[in-house]
Design a protein around this ligand. Structure first.
Ligand SMILES: NC(=O)c1ccc[n+]([C@@H]2O[C@H](COP(=O)([O-])OP(=O)(O)OC[C@H]3O[C@@H](n4cnc5c(N)ncnc54)[C@H](OP(=O)(O)O)[C@@H]3O)[C@@H](O)[C@H]2O)c1
Length: 347
């Protein structure tokens, strides 16, 4: 299959994917027989353009980077909304990278539903729709014979979903523990080095790790969304985001830090999913970890996930959990997996 991609959302992640697709075109074709065109791009402020013959990617990137807009692209059809782009163009894969909304999943949820209903495969880094509606979307994808892939929603480009679902296929995941949010991990490290919560958060914001509105990260919502995705997609749970027992790091004081250090412990925001009788429980809580715990050594903005399975007691992965390039790579890895599946190399 020749991939005809529609990029909905053309921010950091989609632009990074575009750059990689340009740079690696020859290699991807040679190594994986992966052949593609981007037939549409649609972004609220930057504009929208589509052309069934394929868009000139370098031109799109230059326009977006120089003008913050692709409206001067010139050729093809311009001005289609995201929904119109999905409905009217000949794309066979939607690359959905609009903003994450953990309240109702929009606008990404409608984009993904629209694409799957039309028989269009979906790859996304957008946590909202997957955290809030995984089972609905996965069953819609199955009914329509489509693939829905979302590697970048957890641990960004560090393979978490495919590690659990594909590399460890055939094993049963009994529990998952992880540091799933780099911003809170960075702030806790700074606090362990003697800074107050406010100072640490300010540094994280100056370095571009924390959003101007840091609540989603600091109150544990981002980690809760990710553990919900893992519990549902990897462990077969039926967890709602609201079910996650959740406490963030805003109430941790410098005294808590010194007390933990005196006991040779490190405070980390740990996300967990585990089986209790026939139910799956999820939580995000600050924990005082012993030095022997691998998670206690995950520092700065790194993320980590430890899977406990019936055949292997512990499998761990550590790596970047954010960044446009990392998430852009997650999309590429999903596209290559899709390429393998559609070419019959695996089902
Ligand atoms: N960056 C990371 O480190 C990272 C890592 C993992 C996952 N993610 C997730 O990946 C997604 C993309 O992240 P990003 O960093 O690329 O964000 P970003 O730079 O803010 O890009 C998102 C883009 O989506 C556009 N958009 C929003 N609503 C839209 C709509 N209705 N139709 C069309 N376009 C729309 C925005 O347009 P305007 O700005 O023009 O309104 C923006 O250009 C997010 O869901 C994020 O949570 C990001």
């Amino acid at each position: 299959m020749r991939f005809r991609l529609a990029l909905v959302g053309f921010g950091r992640v989609a632009q990074s994917l575009t750059k990689t697709l340009i740079e690696k075109r020859a290699q991807l074709k040679r190594q994986f027989h992966f052949d593609y065109e981007v037939v549409a791009v649609s972004d609220t402020i930057k504009g929208a353009v589509s052309d069934p013959r394929g868009l000139r990617l370098q031109k799109l990137l230059s326009l977006a980077q120089k003008n913050g807009s692709i409206k001067d692209y010139g050729k093809g059809t311009s001005g289609l909304s995201a929904i119109e782009t999905i409905a009217r163009t000949e794309a066979n894969v939607l690359v959905e990278t609009t903003w994450t909304n953990l309240e109702n999943g929009e606008p990404g949820l409608s984009h993904i539903r629209k694409a799957l209903n039309k028989g269009v495969h979906v790859v996304t880094t957008n946590k909202g729709p997957i955290a809030l509606a995984y089972h609905e979307l996965a069953s819609l994808a199955r009914r329509k014979g489509c693939q829905l892939r979302f590697e970048g929603t957890v641990l960004s480009g560090t393979p978490a979903i495919s590690l659990a679902k594909e590399a460890l296929a055939g094993s049963t995941v009994r529990s998952i523990r992880g540091i799933l949010n780099g911003t809170t991990n960075f702030v806790l490290d700074e606090m362990a080095a003697g800074r107050t919560y406010t100072q640490a958060l300010k540094t994280a914001q100056e370095l571009g790790y924390a959003e101007a509105d840091p609540i989603t990260d600091m109150e544990g919502w981002d980690s809760a969304a990710k553990i919900t995705i893992l519990a549902n997609a990897v462990m077969g749970g039926r967890i709602r985001l609201a079910d996650v027992r959740r406490q963030g790091i805003t109430r941790i004081t410098s005294e808590d830090m010194s007390d933990a250090q005196a006991k040779r412990r490190r405070i980390k925001l740990v996300a967990k999913a585990y089986r209790e009788k026939d139910r799956i429980r999820t939580q995000v809580m600050p924990e005082r970890l012993e030095e022997s715990d691998l998670l206690s050594h995950v520092s700065g903005v790194l993320n980590a996930m430890i899977l406990s399975t019936d055949v292997q007691p512990e499998v761990a992965i550590v790596g970047p959990g954010a960044g446009g390039d990392s998430a852009g790579y997650a999309l590429l890895s999903d596209l290559l997996a899709l390429n393998r599946i559609l070419n019959g190399e695996e089902s």
